[in-house]
Write a protein that binds this ligand. Structure first.
Ligand code: F6R
Length: 251
């Protein structure tokens, strides 16, 4: 695991963009799985600008959705679909044929999971997974307790996710279940970046990096990833006590 600490969210976001662009330059038909949420929002704005300025070609890339709120339609601005469409796909002019997102309205969510698992295998795996971390340590919607060997699945969202998730919606919205790629797919990705910023993430980052690697703290799995990067700002790193030990273990 690589641990990279940047002075603030702006610098962190710019560096994350560099990583995304490096992956795409090295492999123009890369398969990308990019999280929604507040953490990477600025990075996506910068990505769109840099892609335009430097004429980065995304036309051969594929995008696979990380997760979605079950029963929330894509037109709802709180959905991951809406976020990705407006923050990434529209600005980068990604066509629908390049995108596979979970249909969270599907009557058969198990089939939806199977189709996603199959597509990832057919595409040859995910080249880059960029994830945020929830206040409960979740990655995607892999809530505390989610087994490390799961692929895509439907999950009951825990109370923390249900209440914090309200920040994405314009009105109170019932979100009880999520559909998500699993931690096995996270581990299998060729490169994984866990991104976090701000003081409010300091405690969860400390638990993920300094306590045991356990299912109750899904983000701790980043330490098992063969090419896992933790990219955070100084505020999110501010509760780490054993920085030197973590960095030494990372070598
Ligand atoms: C979103 C996702 C979630 C978020 C996490 C952090 O697609 O998968 O796991 O990454 O809840 O959310 P923010 O970035 O809003 O703090």
């Amino acid at each position: 695991m690589q641990l990279k600490i940047y002075k603030d969210h702006d610098t962190l976001s710019a560096q994350v963009v560099n990583e995304i662009i490096t992956v795409v330059k090295n492999k123009p038909d890369a398969v990308l799985c990019l999280a929604a949420g507040d953490t990477p929002r600025l990075a996506y704005t910068l990505l769109a600008k840099m892609a335009r300025d430097e004429k980065i070609d995304f036309t051969h890339c594929s995008f696979v959705g990380l997760d979605e709120w079950v029963s929330i339609p894509p037109q709802n601005e709180g959905s991951c679909h809406y976020f990705l469409q407006t923050c990434i796909f529209d600005p980068l002019q990604i066509t629908p044929s390049q995108v596979h997102l979970f249909d969270a309205l599907s009557k058969d969510l198990e089939k939806e999971c199977e189709a996603t698992n199959k597509l990832i295998v057919e595409k040859g795996g995910i080249d880059l997974m960029l994830v945020g971390v929830g206040m409960n340590g979740h990655i995607g919607f892999n809530e505390p307790g989610a087994p490390f060997n799961y692929d895509a699945h439907v999950i009951d969202l825990d109370d923390v996710t249900q209440s914090i998730g309200q920040k994405y919606f314009s009105e109170p919205t019932v979100v009880k279940k999520g559909i998500t790629l699993g931690l096995n797919q996270f581990l299998q990705s060729r490169k994984a970046i866990l991104m976090a910023n701000g003081l409010k993430k300091a405690s969860v980052i400390r638990k993920a990096l300094e306590e045991e690697i356990v299912a109750d703290m899904p983000a701790s799995i980043i330490r098992m990833h063969a090419n896992g990067w933790v990219m955070i700002d100084e505020e999110a790193a501010s509760s780490l006590k054993n920085l030197r030990v973590i960095q030494k273990n990372a070598e």
